[in-house]
Ligand binder design. Structure first.
Ligand SMILES: Cc1ncc(COP(=O)(O)O)c(C=O)c1O
Length: 398
């Protein structure tokens, strides 16, 4: 380095002193990247040369984690998928939708979506002239009827298993209908993760994740992902993400990377614990109904068995006695944590009617099985005996 003043030396970055590859992905906490000369800058900007420019467009930490999610979603399938990391699951949903929908389009979807997504459709996208058509996506007859009634449906957006009743949709059947009708298909695969369910194998075009949940698994970062295999759609999504700016930050991407290392271990335990708790709750006298796709009594058991490796860590159950009974159970839990998230290693519980679905119109909520006494449980990886005993003790107060 040529001689510079003391104060300039303080201010300037020195050359990166890296000699060997770090074993763990580093956090690239930099907003931009330097170019060696003007031509390099031009080549990278125009795409002639690979390189990073500015962290809103991605950086090595963000891109490496995105690449892993794409590989997981496309695991065992032909070709290559692309993934984009977003600042939140909601950023992933709205970026993907903004990329592929235009004013005048209708979106075929279901009433039992995550509450935030329903609100996004009703309050934000409807203002842009993009209207949701809520249909029972479990019924192919209803889907066909909606397509006949609304010839301007251009997209299909689904969640399976769905929040919080765990209703499952036949992805192969729905994927086929979307292809036959030239609809772009989008799925929120947050509940299942690519370990349990691979929508790309059923011809679904775009996959969304709230990576805040199972993919991270430890509740210490917020992020989302969009996965797509179609090159043209991927380009549009990428362009939209760059311009709307909902990119993930490097630290949250790094935390997500750490969490994903134990995804299969965690999911196996989440699934076996959930099945144990669901079976025991099913025979409890104060529980009217248990929603878990791994129970033969659940109306999605067959579909889930067909398209999922295991049945997931999410379940819900309805306490006899409505709103009051639901609140009583919530207020008497000591081990499960009352928190409005899911997919963490510890058991989390919420009361949809008074929490996640508070802003969803009651009539729509009830039509989709989200009753006043329904309690949603994100079953953790603790000893299942502790989880069940806590709920059993709380139920004694009802
Ligand atoms: C199924 C599902 N999708 C999307 C979201 C939104 O994700 P985020 O909170 O990361 O924006 C959530 C949040 O709870 C969710 O449960």
């Amino acid at each position: 380095m040529t001689k510079i003043s003391f104060s300039s030396l303080c201010t300037h970055e020195l050359d990166d002193n890296r000699t060997t590859k770090p074993h763990v992905l580093p956090i690239y906490a930099t907003s931009s990247f330097d170019f060696q000369n003007l031509q390099e800058g031009i080549d990278i900007f125009t795409g002639e040369k690979k390189g990073h420019v500015y962290s809103r467009y991605g950086n090595p930490t963000i891109d490496t984690v995105a690449k892993k999610i794409a590989a997981l979603e496309n695991y065992g399938l032909s070709g290559e998928a692309q993934a984009f990391l977003c600042s939140t699951g909601m950023a992933a949903i709205h970026t993907a939708l903004l990329a592929v929908a235009k004013s005048g389009d209708k979106i075929l979807t279901q009433g039992n979506l995550y509450g935030g997504t329903t609100e996004l459709f009703n309050k934000v996208f409807s203002q842009l002239g993009i209207e949701p058509i809520f249909t029972n996506l479990q019924s192919i007859a209803s889907v066909k009827e909606a397509l006949t009634q609304h010839p301007d449906i251009r997209l299909m957006y689904c969640e399976t298993p769905a929040n919080p009743t765990l209703a499952c949709i036949d992805l192969q059947a729905l994927g086929n209908i979307c292809k036959e009708n030239n609809l772009i298909s989008i799925i929120d695969n947050t509940f299942a993760t690519p370990y349990l369910q691979q929508p790309l194998s059923h011809g679904i075009d775009i996959i969304i994740h709230s990576t805040t949940k199972y993919l991270n698994g430890h509740g210490n970062s917020i992020s989302g992902a969009i996965v797509c295999k179609n090159e043209e759609l991927s380009k549009t999504i990428w362009n939209t993400l760059k311009l709307t700016g909902g990119t993930c930050n490097a630290f949250d991407a790094w935390l997500l990377n750490n969490g994903m290392k134990t995804l299969t271990l965690r999911m196996d335990k989440h699934c076996s614990n959930a099945l144990t708790v669901a079976k025991r709750l099913e025979s409890h006298t104060k529980v009217i109904k248990v929603n878990y796709p791994g129970l033969e009594s659940h109306n999605s058991y067959e579909i889930a068995s067909k398209q999922m490796r295991l049945y997931g860590g999410m379940m819900s159950f309805e306490v006899n006695g409505g709103m009051e009974a639901g609140k009583t159970v919530m207020n008497n839990l000591k081990f499960c944590t009352l928190a409005p998230t899911l997919g963490d290693v510890d058991s989390l519980i919420l009361h949809p009617a008074s929490m996640s679905h508070l802003k969803v119109p009651k009539e729509l909520r009830l039509r989709n099985g989200i009753t006043d006494g329904l309690i949603r449980l994100s079953v953790g990886i603790e000893d299942p005996e502790d989880i069940y005993s806590d709920i059993e003790a709380a139920l004694e107060n009802v």
